[in-house]
Write a protein that binds this ligand. Structure first.
Ligand code: TIU
Length: 225
């Protein structure tokens, strides 16, 4: 008997319609945290213009409001490390030539460290009770976390995604999820990159070859669903 299952719904998307049900789909907002979006955090320490990411906040807030209104599970992730950096591989700590490294003091506390002010989700997207908050040491949200078990427990099979940055943590998470059998839809306006060309290329490569990684939709088409 499946009479109490939520109905199958559809979102107009590329490369074709994305099917979902309110009770088997979660919204995942990736790393919408001050460390990436505001001056003084990890994003800026890597030499990026963080204002490029701010444009995704308002669309992500609309997407979040839609998911909450539908009663869907919401997962917020934060890229973060333990204060003693025991979960940060030396390769990640030493990579590149940032002006400040992970764990160094910055204007919003220690950079990319769990619990510091800069590590918080931006105010406009603040999690509420009942939503999952997932701290992750990697770029992908499945690496070294309990995410898969948490989704399995709740019978989640499909993910609608937004967040930053498109080609790094969002794409890595989407590929991890795709390999684990989840259908994934990325909402175009709710994601952003420090490199607009990388965002465009990522959206294109996700839907190429018949949706090799998943689906991409416009925010309006999601809100209409
Ligand atoms: N969240 C996330 O994407 N982490 C990054 O380090 N992104 C960059 O684009 N650097």
């Amino acid at each position: 008997m499946t009479h109490d299952a939520a109905p199958e719904l559809r979102i107009a998307a590329s490369p074709g319609p994305f099917g979902y049900r309110r009770d088997d789909t979660a919204l995942m907002l990736i790393d919408m945290q001050r460390d990436f979006l505001e001056p003084g955090g990890f994003g800026e320490s890597l030499g990026n213009d963080v204002s490029l990411l701010a444009r995704a906040v308002e669309p992500a807030a609309r997407l979040l409001g839609w998911a909450r209104a539908q009663g869907m599970l919401v997962v917020h992730t934060r890229e973060s490390h333990l204060p003693n950096l025991s979960d940060c591989p030396p390769a990640k700590l030493l990579r590149g030539e940032p002006s400040r490294r992970i764990g160094d003091p910055g204007p919003m506390g220690r950079i990319l460290i769990r619990g510091e002010p800069g590590n918080a989700i931006v105010e406009a997207l603040a999690p509420v009770d009942g939503e999952i908050q997932l701290d992750k040491p990697g770029k992908g949200a499945f690496h070294a976390t309990q995410l898969e078990q948490q989704l399995v427990q709740r019978n989640i099979r499909r993910l609608i995604l937004g967040g930053v940055t498109t080609e790094v943590c969002v794409q890595t998470t989407m590929r991890e999820a795709n390999d684990r059998g989840y259908d994934c839809l990325l909402v175009e306006e709710a994601t952003a990159s420090y490199f607009p060309a990388f965002k465009r290329a990522t959206l294109d490569m996700i839907v190429a070859q018949g949706g090799i990684v998943g689906w991409v939709a416009k925010l309006e088409d999601v809100l209409r669903a």
